[in-house]
Design a protein around this ligand. Structure first.
Ligand SMILES: C[S@@+](CC[C@H](N)C(=O)[O-])C[C@H]1O[C@@H](n2cnc3c(N)ncnc32)[C@H](O)[C@@H]1O
Length: 256
């Protein structure tokens, strides 16, 4: 496999291996990290519910859309917060070079078993040199963090993306009618059963597109995914998206 990324080997402490227990990811609270361990124990890393997702069907729909987008852009991919590598694992099997970065020890281990070139590390301070990657992907990540961390993440992603390279960002569309109905019903059910709840933030499309400009990232495409309708909505700000969309997808290009 041809590896094109330039790596900072001094901080490349955990390639393919795990065990740096003292490491602490900026902003990641340990309770959330332990919750991912609990989900993994309950569902196993073949199942997206191990990463906190609720519907396997919706996840698979979204994952297929994301993979289709990734196939449009050539070169070495970095999957930030890759979890068990469920989304990018199939691309590795197609011959793509995919690096995976995740803080969770077990998730990173599972991603390495899917042959992602896996690093256990912190997304806010990535162990890669600038302009290392052609394509950076992050799915289901920014919803774990508030605005300040999200801005920092964009800065860090822009640093490791080569000029002309692409960022694909996927996050929950927290304000659509469908998402509100689903989230609130599940929260009540979880609360009634005494189940732990993963803390999540909502980010608007406007904020993400606005913040990315500050890091030389220009918006190429915005989409909304509606697994219920089996549709990818091209107008992410349209009424169908505001009612039925459950995730936003935005594609940015780093300026040359
Ligand atoms: C919701 S899961 C998404 C996993 C995968 N991207 C997917 O969509 O299947 C979020 C992942 O982000 C990881 N994560 C959270 N904070 C992180 C940080 N600061 N640095 C690296 N990984 C982090 C978690 O360990 C978890 O595996």
């Amino acid at each position: 496999m041809k590896i094109t990324a330039k790596l900072s080997l001094t901080r490349w402490s955990n390639l393919f291996g795990i065990g740096q227990t003292a490491m602490h990811a900026a902003g990641l609270d340990r309770a959330s990290d332990r919750l991912y361990d609990r989900f993994a124990e309950e569902f196993g890393h073949e199942d997206p519910r191990s990463s906190g997702y609720r519907s396997v069907r919706s996840y698979n729909f979204e994952a297929a859309v994301v993979r289709k987008l990734l196939r449009r852009y050539e070169g070495c991919i970095l999957d930030v917060g890759c979890g068990a590598g469920l989304i990018t694992g199939p691309l590795v099997r197609e011959g793509r070079s995919v690096f995976g970065l995740d803080y969770n020890e077990r998730a990173a281990f599972s991603a390495s078993r899917r042959n992602l070139l896996t690093v256990r590390g912190d997304a806010f301070s990535m162990p890669f040199k600038k302009a290392s990657f052609d394509v950076v992907l992050s799915t289901g990540f920014i919803q774990q963090y508030g605005p300040d961390h999200t801005k920092k993440l964009l800065e860090e992603i822009a640093r490791v993306t080569r000029p002309g390279g692409v960022l694909i960002l996927v996050w929950r569309q927290g304000t659509s009618l469908m998402r509100r109905l689903i989230t609130n019903s599940l929260r009540v059910a979880d609360w009634a059963r005494g189940k732990p709840i993963l803390k999540l933030f909502d980010h608007s499309l406007e904020n993400l597109c606005g913040w990315s400009v500050n890091h030389q990232l220009e918006t190429l495409t915005t989409l909304s995914v509606s697994p219920l309708l089996g549709l990818t909505l091209r107008n992410a700000r349209g009424w169908a998206s505001l009612v039925f969309g459950t995730s936003y997808i935005a594609v940015f290009r780093k300026r040359l």
